[in-house]
Design a protein. Structure first.
Length: 392
């Protein structure tokens, strides 16, 4: 009698999770001995922030949707733990796999640890060394309780070693975000959004802004928007606005943005806001942009692979390889520095790190998913053999 397939619960909750889990699910389904289960916590519940990514990444419908919704960090994390804990009591898997650094990551990992279910953390070891970032707390805690830790760059290996994590639990496998990007790039380049916007290739900038450090302080937000308005005199800035950021900008009273109506081409200058873009549309915009300004993590990786100048509007980055080997510049949180570096990019000066962006970091080759699945199979088979041997 053959052994039953290994049940691996894969967790998604926010947009970046979906782009990382999609290639993993596709690879797992190629192996008869694996039974992937998809759990969506519902951390991002708006269609534009969640459902559309399932459609465009060809992901199956979630097997379970916990429908947690929004809330404060502690309330949302507590609700994830409660609902995922109830699910694990009813449907115990062989393994729980979490990705990234959102509340769903740490919440589901904590449940698995309490239930003695092996935990896999994909994108482990990244550190900003800023405990003021909620994501940093999530990263550190998840890594501390995970059984297998998959890293995307050498800094992850070094950080985990410094924290005392045994080397036999750490695997450098590459970047699942790049797996998805490579698979989607051709379709993204066919997106009609840039044509509707009426912007030419390399004739605009893309902006994302959502970190609490940038948008929660009214003074910092006002200074930031003023700096962006200065940059927008030189080039139109396309700004898919995160819902939380939109609320903060409205509350600040800033009136220097123009709302794109969905059809009329944008003017040669100005900050043009629009709803969050679908994955393929956003990737298409980034791929043809003159530069990207962001406080996000994953976009630093996407721009590095695509060779697009990226200005990271933060005092730190948990993805240092995007600076040392990529096209990312860490410009700090001073609005004046943002204007200075944006002006340099627009004058066609090379990124300050001297990188061309044409050679991606090691193992960013679109093959991270097969590497991960191979390791998971070896681990699960070894556990099964060890358990069976006890009763021989």
């Amino acid at each position: 009698m053959s052994n039953p397939a290994f049940r691996i619960v894969n967790i998604v909750g926010a947009r970046p999770n979906m782009m990382k889990v999609a290639p993993l699910l596709a690879e797992m389904r190629r192996h008869a001995e694996l039974q992937p289960v998809l759990v969506h916590t519902g951390q991002h519940y708006d269609y534009s922030m969640s459902r559309v990514f399932f459609d465009q990444l060809n992901m199956p419908e979630p097997d379970y949707n916990l429908e947690v919704g929004s809330g404060t960090h502690h309330a949302q994390t507590a609700e994830i733990i409660k609902r995922f804990g109830e699910l694990m009591e009813e449907n115990r898997p062989d393994m729980v796999l979490v990705v990234g650094d959102v509340n769903s990551t740490v919440g589901c990992a904590l449940v698995a640890a309490k239930e003695s279910i092996p935990i896999v953390h994909v994108e482990a070891g990244l550190r900003s060394f800023d405990r003021g970032m909620p994501e940093e707390i999530n990263r550190v805690l998840t890594d501390a309780i995970s059984n297998l830790l998959f890293t995307t760059e050498e800094s992850g290996n070094q950080n985990l070693a410094a924290e005392g994590v045994s080397a036999d639990r750490v695997f450098f496998v590459g970047n699942l975000m790049i797996d998805s990007l490579i698979g989607a790039l051709e379709a993204a380049r066919r997106s009609a959004l840039r044509s509707k916007l009426g912007v030419r290739k390399k004739g605009y900038a893309v902006l994302t802004l959502h970190r609490p450090s940038n948008v929660d302080d009214p003074h910092q937000l006002a200074r930031t928007m003023a700096a962006l308005a200065e940059i927008a005199k030189e080039i139109p800035i396309l700004f898919p606005v995160h819902p939380r950021t939109q609320q903060k900008i409205l509350a600040s009273g800033f009136n220097g943005t123009r709302v794109w109506d969905g059809e009329t081409p944008v003017a040669p200058s100005g900050i043009w806001t629009m709803p969050p873009a679908a994955y393929l549309d956003f990737l298409g915009l980034v791929d043809s942009a003159a530069m990207v300004m962001t406080d996000s993590g994953g976009i630093q990786e996407e721009t590095t692979y695509l060779g697009i100048p990226c200005l990271t509007y933060r005092n730190n980055t948990e993805r240092p390889v995007t600076v040392t080997m990529g096209t990312n510049r860490l410009v700090g949180a001073d609005p004046g520095n943002l204007v200075k570096h944006a002006t340099e990019v627009l004058r066609n000066r090379a990124p300050s790190n001297g990188a061309s962006g044409h050679v991606p970091p090691p193992l960013w080759d679109g093959k991270a998913a097969p590497r991960i699945v191979g390791i998971l199979k070896d681990y699960l088979n070894a556990r099964r053999s060890s358990t069976t041997a006890v009763y021989v």
